[in-house]
Ligand binder design. Structure first.
Ligand code: V0V
Length: 149
């Protein structure tokens, strides 16, 4: 069902501080920055030096809430305002097919149909209650990415 790890998502209370940490201290490079109003997030994708969209490397995703009622806003509040790992995303070739297979195996998908994700990807999520307490995202990347830097 899965091709590889697409990204690991960190919830962050302060996006500028998180970018500074991950670039200046840890050495990642910003490869995407945008807002997803539907998901209530400001997001940044991080890659290694020389990382390009077509390679097979996983990325790190920084997620800051657009408001307190958003998914990330609620997650941070529950975590005492501290950041942490909020999700792991698996890359798939066909998100609908992957969701269908997982559903047939007893996994609960959050959405009936895929939603819009980073780079114009098509995404869905497995409810953490059906995947051992881990929020798993499924990502079908587009051939032509929107916003890759
Ligand atoms: C909540 N729970 C989690 C969790 N969030 N468990 C593991 N990982 C997480 N991130 C647990 C929580 O501890 C509770 O367990 C239970 O789920 C219900 O928690 P809640 O606070 O009432 O939360 P809900 O039900 O309001 O929301 C939980 C779900 C929500 C999973 C439904 O986080 C969601 O819709 N996530 C998918 C969308 C998303 O994460 N968007 C932001 C990233 P107990 O206490 O009942 O045992 S956007 C993105 O990734 C993009 C754009 C992209 O990659 O392209």
């Amino acid at each position: 069902v899965f091709l590889c790890v697409d990204h690991v998502g960190f919830a962050v209370p302060d996006m500028e501080a998180a970018i500074k940490l991950h670039t200046e201290v840890l050495g990642w490079h910003v490869v995407f920055r945008g807002r997803n109003e539907e998901q209530g997030v400001e997001e940044v994708m991080l890659g290694t030096n020389g990382h390009d969209y077509t390679d097979r490397d996983a990325e790190i995703q920084l997620l800051a809430p657009l408001n307190e009622d958003s998914t990330i806003g609620k997650w941070l509040a529950k975590n005492g305002g501290r950041g942490g790992i909020q999700q792991v995303a698996y890359r798939v070739a066909d998100v609908e097919k992957a969701a269908e297979i997982l559903t047939s195996r007893g996994v609960t998908m959050l959405y009936d149909a895929p939603k819009h994700g980073t780079y114009g990807s098509r995404i869905n999520f497995c409810h953490p209650k059906s995947t051992g307490g881990i929020l798993l995202e499924l990502v079908e990347r587009p051939a032509e990415p929107e916003g890759f830097q």
